[in-house]
Ligand binder design. Structure first.
Ligand code: PRP
Length: 215
């Protein structure tokens, strides 16, 4: 009997694509996955347990070893350097981090302000650009900040670009492309290497096939 694998799944945007990918890789996940409010779903026939976490918390579960594996956005991984290994680029939930703000505006010469959910990424980016900025940490609705005068710029995720557009904001610089990644706890990787390698192999095959079939 093979060991149980525990996988931390991010609730929200990434969730459906991640579930679809696992199903395409042949994992028989029950319909309750999408419908239920359960936070722990055991799939006995696959010897797998899924925990449904906030995306920002997935790395915490994996780092502490309560989940062997997790699916996390590269954005969160760049922001929080955690003791986990990245196994695979799942090539889902494509988006990017960008600097945005009101159109035709310059950053304040004195103490320009940047609002973001990603203070570390933003600070590193502006440092590289040789610009001194004050970072203001927000937890969501980042686009509000320039609209109400809290900041000159924001650093945030752009996916379809709708949020920027509908709020009259423009993109100034693209920082880095983001996709979701499969991550593993280093100890689990050693202890459950056979099961984990099989999962990686099955997912890789599906990801490759999808790339080949992309228009
Ligand atoms: C994210 C991001 C942007 C938006 C971008 O926010 O922070 O606000 O999505 O998507 P778009 O380019 O397709 O409009 P999310 O909806 O995750 O919520 P948040 O504002 O609470 O961070």
């Amino acid at each position: 009997m093979s060991e149980f694998l525990t996988v931390a799944m991010p609730k929200g945007r990434i969730f459906e694509e991640a579930v679809e990918l696992l199903r395409m890789a042949g994992y028989r996940l029950p319909p309750e996955f999408e419908d239920s409010r359960k936070l722990i779903i055991d799939v006995e026939e696959e010897r797998m347990r899924f925990i449904l976490a906030k995306p920002i918390d997935v790395l915490t579960y994996v780092e502490h070893g309560v989940a062997d594996l997790g699916i996390a956005g590269k954005d969160v991984m760049l922001e929080e350097e955690r003791d986990v290994y990245e196994l695979l680029d799942l090539k889902i939930s494509h988006c990017y981090l960008a600097v945005a703000g009101l159109p035709n505006t310059k950053m304040n010469d004195v103490a320009p302000k940047v609002a973001t959910k990603y203070p570390n990424v933003a600070a590193a980016y502006f440092r590289e650009q040789g610009e001194q900025v004050e970072i203001i940490k927000l937890n969501g609705s980042i686009e509000l900040a320039p609209l109400i005068g809290l900041s000159d710029r924001i650093v945030d995720i752009v996916s379809t670009g709708r949020t920027l557009k509908e709020n009259g904001l423009v993109e100034y610089e693209r920082i880095v492309d983001i996709t979701s990644r499969l991550v593993v706890n280093p100890v689990s990787y050693r202890m459950k290497d056979e099961r984990i390698s099989e999962l990686v192999e099955r997912l890789s095959t599906v990801i490759e096939e999808q790339i080949v079939h992309q228009p």
